[in-house]
Design a binder for this molecule. Sequence first.
Ligand code: NAP
Ligand code: MG
Length: 402
Amino acid sequence: MEKIRMTTPLVEIDGDEMTRILWAAIKEQLLEPFVDLKTEYYDLGLPKRDETRDRITHDSAEAIRKYGVGVKCATITPNAQRMEEYHLHEMWKSPNGTIRAALDGTVFRAPILVDGISPVVRNWKAPITIARHAYGDVYRGVEFAAEAGGKAELVVTGRDGQERRQTIYDFECPGVVTGQYNKDSSIDSFARACFQYALDTRQDLWFSTKDTIAKVYDGRFKERFQAIFDAEYKARFDEAGITYFYTLIDDAVARVVRSEGGFIWACKNYDGDVMSDMVSTAFGSLAMMTSVLVSPDGKYEYEAAHGTVTRHYYRYLEGEQTSTNPMATIFAWTGALAKRGELDGNEALRAFAAKLERACLDTIESGVMTKDLASLWEKGEPTVVTSDGFLAAVRSRLEQAL
Ligand code: NAP
Ligand code: MG
């Protein structure tokens, strides 16, 4: 069989630990035999980040800007323990944070559904995609502890030196106080990324905040979304037959639980952090959650939502064959290949991505799966396989399909 050709390189970003092992195996078993892979490779494994003083992370983000599509393996975000383990020069920042900031992107997370593993919420039939604003609010907040008798004030000094000042609280006992911000440019990027992604995937977009309480702060989010929608997207939404819908977050939670799924739920930073864990757990497993970073000008980075699966890696280093689930990492590749195919008008590449996804789903639906899914399986006794066993089963289905 002749291999499928690619015209534009895909930005390939390698990572750490167990997912790095899976990465190489996926390429060897499921991609390279069928596709003449054209990638620009960036090694974001922690040793290389340290060696390049994290230059490589910035370079990889630049490459995504240039080529438009990247696929990323999970990476370690260093902490004190990792500093020792890897003898690091510095506690390098989260690569995901760096790439997100460089692309000014929004993260969309969606579960992979299989027949035979039902969501905890019975009426969910289609995936719910969470779009999380990844800038500002409590994540960039300043916080203090206050003593009894202390007074907290909010002061905004204008360019002309003019102060606006308001008492937040006169503390009669000890307490805590925080200051948060967001900015219009980031809110606008978030809005555009959400509208763009809704059009790309032809799904309705919901957005929720608490604007009844935070009238100025959350009110700004609501206003910017509506203004951008009306000016730039309404006609295209109408044409695509999809809708934009704003509601209060309390109402959104109730509606989401009662829904059948199949839409995008845009959330502010904190709401998205919490709701994406809730939604992924309710759909089954973190190992079945995909993630894509979308910039407002249409650059895409695909990855798994889970981390480097450290516990499995240490067992792997001791020679054990682990049963780590490669689904989300495979789907990161298929997402990126399909997008590359779409942008390049490469139908063969798109079709290959779809067939590989189908082969993965068929494998699980036939009862063959990794250990993490076995306890969720509802159709009798599953066949639990190692990661390699799973890849081999997918490969033989893929070969038949091709
Ligand atoms: P994790 O790697 O997601 O793993 C947490 C646990 O979830 C695992 O121990 C495993 O449970 C289960 N799990 C996750 N993915 C799985 C898979 N594909 N197959 C089977 N089980 C899976 O999270 P973590 O242990 O908190 O973090 C490990 C490292 O990853 C950290 O250094 C962190 O900085 C990094 N991280 C990176 C990203 C990213 O690059 N996007 C995201 C999150 C974390 P059992 O052990 O019970 O089997
Ligand atoms: Mg979280």
